[in-house]
Design a protein around this ligand. Structure first.
Ligand SMILES: C[S@@+](CC[C@H](N)C(=O)[O-])C[C@H]1O[C@@H](n2cnc3c(N)ncnc32)[C@H](O)[C@@H]1O
Length: 313
């Protein structure tokens, strides 16, 4: 058996957004299915998972491969693009990883989640440390198909689970771009006080929830002093990323809010393509990521958008 540390990181693409990752990475050192090995460089946001300490393992038998992983730690998720049968046999010799839908809130287990793939019958690429705490970078929640007025609450749940932080009972939250009310519903259920701002109305039963106050307004023309101190600022407004950044800069400068979860809506393709298509904004997410104590990620429940999160230390 031979184990070699690989220099760099392995990025797993977001299905449907492979071009976005390629654009961020430039020319990778190697490409294996949905995985790209790169030597590093600038920030990379369009990935489902990043393998932080990749290594290459050459092995003789299925049992040898499985025990090499087991010796490192318990949790390993397969990310196969070839050698499916052999991969399943290796996986069957590893501790089971549950991928069933999770209730909310779901505390992320403390034990690290590794990832591995096979290049051929005797070569594995693996990493014990990954950017995502979820198996294969993927989480699914037990959905409430009746109460919330939209499925948008799922990305809020995912963001809060990743932050390991919840708005507590009585905490003051602003929900900008709140209509029809999925995020407001999720926050009010936690017992938070929610100021919901949108130019469109909230669903009536959401507006009537305890702790919810609705303001019909353009969120970006509301100044921090108009709203006052907040524990959390949430924003899911559909807008160009620089507009959101300018507004968030005002909130940061005001010092009136401690925690932030904002969707950065991306419009356009990677290179613009035809004359009527826009090119996606790859620069503003970098400015968000440079804000201290914050991170920009592509959540499993994000589509053509990223999420910026900042929690008070
Ligand atoms: C993706 S939807 C929000 C969905 C919501 N988070 C939920 O969970 O149901 C985006 C919302 O942004 C609102 N919006 C767009 N521009 C806005 C602005 N300048 N100020 C306030 N709301 C705005 C739209 O009316 C729309 O309701």
């Amino acid at each position: 058996m031979n184990r070699i540390t690989l220099q760099g990181r392995v990025y797993q693409t977001v299905p449907g957004f492979e071009d976005h990752l390629k654009k961020e990475l430039g020319t990778p050192k190697a490409c294996w299915g949905s995985l790209f090995l790169t030597s590093g460089g600038g920030p990379v946001f369009w990935h489902q998972n990043c393998w932080l300490e990749p290594f290459r393992l050459e092995f003789d038998s299925i049992g040898e491969a499985a025990s090499a992983l087991r010796e490192i730690q318990r949790n390993w998720a397969a990310c196969l693009f070839t050698q499916f049968r052999r991969g399943r046999l290796i996986a069957s010799k590893l501790p089971t990883i549950s991928v069933r839908p999770r209730p909310f809130p779901w505390p992320i287990p403390e034990a690290p989640m590794g990832a591995w793939t096979l290049l051929d019958p005797h070569t594995m690429i693996a990493s014990a440390r990954c950017s995502s705490p979820f198996p294969g970078g993927f989480i699914e929640f037990e959905e409430d198909k009746l109460a919330p007025p939209s499925r948008a609450y799922l990305k809020l749940w995912e963001a809060l689970v990743r932050l390991c932080r919840l708005p507590g009972p009585g905490e003051r939250c602003l929900d900008a771009g709140a209509s029809p009310g999925g995020w407001t519903w999720a926050l009010a259920r936690l017992g938070a006080r929610v100021i919901s701002v949108d130019r469109a109305p909230l669903e009536e039963r959401i507006a009537a929830m305890s702790g919810v106050e609705y303001i019909r307004h353009d969120a970006f023309t509301l100044k921090p002093e108009d709203i006052g101190p907040l524990d959390w600022l949430f924003c899911d407004v559909v807008c160009y990323p620089p507009r959101l950044y300018k507004w968030i800069e005002k909130w940061l400068a005001s010092g009136l809010c401690r925690n932030f979860v904002c969707t950065i809506k991306m419009q356009g393709g990677v290179d613009g393509g035809s004359a009527d298509r826009e090119t996606a904004d790859f620069e503003t997410p970098k400015r968000f990521a440079a804000i201290p104590d914050s991170t920009v990620v592509h959540l499993c429940y994000n589509k053509h958008e990223l999420t910026w999160m900042k929690a008070s230390p």
